[in-house]
Design a protein around this ligand. Sequence first.
Ligand SMILES: Nc1nc2c(ncn2[C@@H]2O[C@H](COP(=O)(O)OP(=O)(O)OP(=O)(O)O)[C@@H](O)[C@H]2O)c(=O)[nH]1
Ligand SMILES: [Zn+2]
Length: 303
Amino acid sequence: MIAVDRGRYTCVLDGPDTRVTAMRARELGRKSVVVGDRVSLVGDTSGAPGALARIVRIAERRSVLRRTADDDETTAEGRLERVVVANADQLVIVTALADPPPRTGFVDRCLVAAYDADIEPLLCLTKADLAEPAAILDYYAELDLPYVLVRPDSDLGELRERLAGRVSVLVGHSGVGKSTLVNRLVPEADRAVGTVSAIGRGRHTSTSAVALPLPPASGDTDPGWIVDTPGVRSFGLAHVSAESLLHGFPDLVEGTVDCPPNCEHTAGEAECALDAWVAAGNADPRRLQSYRRLLASRAGETE
Ligand SMILES: Nc1nc2c(ncn2[C@@H]2O[C@H](COP(=O)(O)OP(=O)(O)OP(=O)(O)O)[C@@H](O)[C@H]2O)c(=O)[nH]1
Ligand SMILES: [Zn+2]
């Protein structure tokens, strides 16, 4: 399933590129169908105009990228855990090097979400014509975080290579150049660039994810798919346990071996070993700060 709009699901058949519109069959019960799901269809699967098939089964998911929708923390609804994309292989974190400047807090959140979903992260640094990547690369120096640089005139060969044969989810803040990048990768996608106003956003624009097939590459390598996520402006992590949160910070893991049992690693833990570990120069203090900020935001405190 590659897109959903008001209860109508667009599915692509295996083999020939046929697009079929479908609705949920009653037997699915309350199970939700999300972009990336592999589904079984019955009924009219011809793809002809007006034809409507039914989704009767969702295959077991290989990976599940989740977020807690924390756009409204005051209601139970707002803290609902939602599946963003099923069966993704890679999370492409799109960050501009300038205009707007990189927000490592956002990247750190994305990394936690990626490790939690067990999918690989890729840092995609846009606007490399405006600033150097040294500072942000230094911040992630301890992580084996793959990255690509993108500028308006750069050839996207390296990025396409990293996207080939897999399903990659693109996330990024407004203005980082994600739509520009999607349009360059998939010219026929025609995603709106820099036109969405702050007010119009959310209410009138589609906020659900959509999967786009990358254009055929030379040879018969599978070029892969990208999933654009216009509605994902943050990754609420309330559903991630404190232990899993640490997986987003592999550079800090070793520092916790000397912690007392059940240490929560928060700033309030007098005996947390992370402070000494960082003070001894084993990790970047900003990484510990970021980790603790995420711990605190999970606990419901504001960032
Ligand atoms: N200098 C420079 N500008 C860029 C680059 N990529 C995108 N831009 C500009 O940055 C602005 C924002 O680009 P968008 O593609 O709309 O950014 P977005 O991340 O999709 O943001 P929303 O549309 O708000 O979701 C536009 O004016 C682009 O022309 C780049 O590599 N270098
Ligand atoms: Zn600790």
